[in-house]
Design a protein around this ligand. Sequence first.
Ligand code: HEM
Length: 188
Amino acid sequence: MKTLLSITFALLLAAGPLAAQDNTLAADGISAEEQALLDEEARLDAQEAANETAAMNDPTAPNPAPAHPELRPVLEDFGGEAGLTALMETFMAGLIADPRTGPFFANSDQVRVKRQLVEQFCVILGGDCTYTGRDMKSSHRDMQIGRGDFNALVEVLQVAMNEHDVPFAAQNKLLAKLAPMHREIVNK
Ligand code: HEM
């Protein structure tokens, strides 16, 4: 009995400082209450951004990023999300440099477009990502994009994929999912 009491006492002693720590400062100097407020603020910011994007969307437009879980191995051929991020650098540089597509992108927020493209391609290729951009109809409204412009963009994408050693079969799997989007994008 004496041993049991001393074990209980020892346990209480050990638990004491741990329990006290919860109400004081975390390792980085932020209290639990402050952290909860920061978390709530971040959650509200994310919600606001999602609402803003939703408001910019056309409810009649098809899903701009339909997920294809069966294409997950294709995502691996692209080098995963990191591979897509690297690809988008080359793709955007090509789009800017090409006189057929450059004028469209010159005044766009290129950082944002690259990020949205990574998300979009990642979701389409069955990745564990979320697309936070607008639908294709809303994104390209009033841009006067012709069929030739669409083909030019696809060509620039193919050159970028070749440069990143993406196998042909994988390239074609992605392009097959992007091709039907011309219906929402070509508007001239
Ligand atoms: C399959 C083909 C295409 C796909 C998948 C695609 C995808 C996208 C995505 C995801 C965005 C970002 C949407 C957002 O801001 O929320 C975007 C924006 C944009 N796209 Fe496309 N796009 C395609 C074709 C084209 C073509 C052919 C052009 C012109 C030649 C073009 C010009 C632009 C421009 C200029 C923006 C930026 C718009 C802005 O700054 O608000 N896109 N596109």
